[in-house]
Design a binder for this molecule. Structure first.
Ligand code: ADP
Ligand code: MG
Length: 329
């Protein structure tokens, strides 16, 4: 090998905002045939927004009033269908958001930011600051729990509530399925051990992601979307950017497993991610690439960091390593 060419490649990368940990990283990228992309914050902006909210009590009232209605007219708009108890519904929604937002202010997950921002925006003028959370616990890949205003609050995916023996009303399944089929992420909330409601969040695909995926494909690379999010949200994003292979509902350890399984199939894998939950998979991959907009944990686990949070830089990085290695051999 010619170390000079590797050093030149590393220097060229720096000019392009592609930080390569060392010349050996370019050598390790030889033969990459598969690119695995994390969804949230990598393919999507990661700037999740609260799209809808259904507190258990207000929503139960709207479900029953819907049942009473002979014409069966559906209430797609959340608040719109509630008649007599509209004020109570709003109070319950506000309380749900206050507790969940206060707890999530201790987390850096994109979902947490969406919930806390919505809570601050909605309650800011009326209720002042969010209360403090104590006993905060991050259930990596599942959600969070803690104490807010002397109430035990839990926010996360349905498995988190199930693990803690919290039962969901039968009607919730339909609401979750509907949100997921629309590509959103439903987040469940429990208070003092009982189901308290659902927050529905979603984020947008970066406008550069589809172009990057097209470039990966043109380079002869297989592209896989890997996410802890639900299958509906994962498939919506995959379809939007032109990815056919999807692995969804992956816990952090499942992400490592997924990379291993691809490697066992004889594939040489580049993994691209930004989150704490991606770090182990980045380390396991033949080449780990972190988004410079992501967490330090991901950056430290990766061989390459692209400064711009733009997947086209990842395509640039792979093209650069190919060119550099071609000079050598
Ligand atoms: P991703 O691969 O999309 O970054 P994660 O592994 O971080 O996903 O999380 C998987 C799922 O766990 C999320 O889709 C969400 O349902 C739940 N979750 C994780 N952290 C939180 C949190 N702070 N608040 C609510 N839900 C969370
Ligand atoms: Mg992510």
């Amino acid at each position: 090998a010619t170390p000079t060419a590797l050093l030149v490649g590393t220097g060229r990368g720096a000019q392009l905002g592609i930080l390569i940990r060392g010349p050996e990283v370019l050598e390790a990228s030889r033969g990459i045939d598969t690119v695995v992309l994390d969804k949230t914050g990598t393919v999507t902006t990661g700037a999740m927004k609260l799209a809808a909210m259904h507190s258990a009590r207000a929503w139960a009232a709207s479900v029953s009033s819907e049942r009473d209605r002979a014409d069966g007219g559906r209430d797609g708009g959340g608040h719109a269908g509630r008649d007599g108890d509209g004020d109570a519904g709003r109070d319950d929604d506000a309380e749900l958001l206050r507790l969940a937002g206060a707890l999530e202010s201790a987390s850096e997950h994109p979902i947490a930011r969406a919930v806390t921002n919505a809570a601050r925006e909605t309650l800011g003028s009326t209720s002042g600051k969010l209360p403090a959370a104590s006993d905060f616990t991050n259930h990596q890949g599942y959600g969070v729990s803690g104490t807010v205003s002397e109430r035990l609050v839990m926010v996360g995916r349905r498995e988190l509530l199930r693990q803690h023996g919290i039962e969901l009303p039968a009607e919730v399944a339909g609401l979750l399925a509907q949100a997921e089929s629309q590509g959103s992420t439903p987040v469940l909330v429990a208070v003092d051990g009982s189901f308290a409601g659902v927050l529905i969040v979603s984020d947008a695909v970066k406008d550069t992601s589809a172009e990057a995926v097209a470039r990966f494909t043109a380079m002869g690379l297989s592209v896989v979307l890997l996410t802890g999010d639900n299958a509906g949200a994962a498939h919506r994003v995959a379809a939007e950017v032109g990815i056919e292979e999807v692995i969804a509902e992956a816990l952090p350890q499942d992400k490592v497993e997924a990379i291993l399984r691809l490697q066992e199939q004889g594939r040489t894998v580049a993994m691209v991610g930004d989150g704490v939950n991606d770090a182990a998979a980045l380390a396991q991959a033949d080449l780990g690439i972190a988004m410079g907009t992501g967490t330090d944990v991901a950056i430290n686990a990766a061989g390459i960091t692209v400064m711009r949070g733009d997947l086209r830089s990842v395509a640039d990085a792979l093209a650069l390593s190919r060119r550099t290695l071609r000079v050598i051999r």
